[in-house]
Design a protein around this ligand. Sequence first.
Ligand code: C2O
Ligand code: CU
Ligand code: CU
Length: 462
Amino acid sequence: MKKIAAIIYISLASVVILWGAGTQAETKPETGQSALPVPPLLEGENLKLVMEEGSLTLPMGTSRTMGFNGDYLGPTIRVSNGDKVNMEVQNTLKEDSTVHWHGLHVPAEFDGGPHQIVKAGSTWNPKFRIDQKAATLWYHPHLLGKTAEQVYNGMAGLFYIEDDYSKNLPIPKEYGIDDFPLVLQDRRLDKKGQFTYSPGMHDVMNGYIGNIILVNGAYEPYLDLKKGTYRFRVINGSNSSIFRVKFSDERDFTVIASDGGFLPESVETSTLIISPGERYEILVDFKTTEKISLITEIYGGDSYKSMDFNIQNTDGIYYSHPKSFNYTPTIYDESVNIKRNFRMETRGMRGFSINGKSMDMNRIDFTMDKNSTEIWTIENVGMGMMNIPHSFHVHDVQFSVISVNGRKPGPLYSGPKDTVLVMPGDKIKIALRFEDYTGIYMYHCHFLEHEDSGMMGQFLIE
Ligand code: C2O
Ligand code: CU
Ligand code: CU
């Protein structure tokens, strides 16, 4: 098990400065806490998702929302490696949308990116076979120029893959009992206690930063637990906020998985920095009867108590935390593999670009052969006023991080990844293996305001 310092893996001089610089939320709740909602499981070969309008009532007010099979967020889809999945996605909204399976390796025609529009009132039927290791993935709309708004309104859900390995690991795995999703999202409440998506120029640049944190769609919820070991699958489901997450007593916990599955070695830490779209699975021991909170700090914003854990005076089950897992990194050869560079640039009023270009549905940025291994170098060429963090997400694959600013990545970036945080000035090298499927896939900044403002491109696998 590796032990790491609180401030983590990347260059990150800039990260340290900007935490906790914002102002406190003015709208505070008037009523009591609610229990942590746990999204229902959706399992089996035939799965149905209905995109629908709804509303979400928080202690401060009621907001108009959108969700899958409900008012806000969606069910947790759970499948096993090798399963056939026959999906029915019905759009009952008054607007077009798409559903992208973030982190899932599927044929391009079923990827759910901006090319697979599900028109208002219509139904989409993607079919695929699960062909990857156990992981905590997620799904969300990906309509060109509208992703940020639809996700903000509540459209997102979890997509778990299990396999023989994960099913046999001696770790907590009972959904909603000792294995909980924690979808962290910031939302900006107005004076009426409602959140609506209305970004100004500043929000497009810096992200639509909120003044409250929701966990699984609830405001400061509580979770009553017995003493024992728990597994939390933490996802940053925000539009553009980088979160730093810790417990109120700064206790250590064990990180066992990143975006695409288990880490090679577990990591002991007391804080996690999670950028939008990234996921971590952690194991925590609660050994005494107590109340402990989860603290979520927004980069460039404030620090919030996001939820409480009430540990009861009853004994549950303790598990030892595994030290290593079955991860095999992408094998690459620097001397022969194709290399590409991606310069992520903030251009002020002119939006955002990758390699000087803004997203264009009619332009394929590059083409590659199926069954190729590539090495990509991603650089955030931030400067002065344009010193804005970005992230980089690639569809279709889980990749390995080779280096961060010329150095071996930190332990949290040594497992399977589909999204990496790229701070201003950072240079990140990744190895990607493309197999099985052909067609058009996307790569983009996962800060949704940036993505919607052009920081996206597409590649064709032939
Ligand atoms: Cu989570 Cu292309 O997105
Ligand atoms: Cu994706
Ligand atoms: Cu960005």
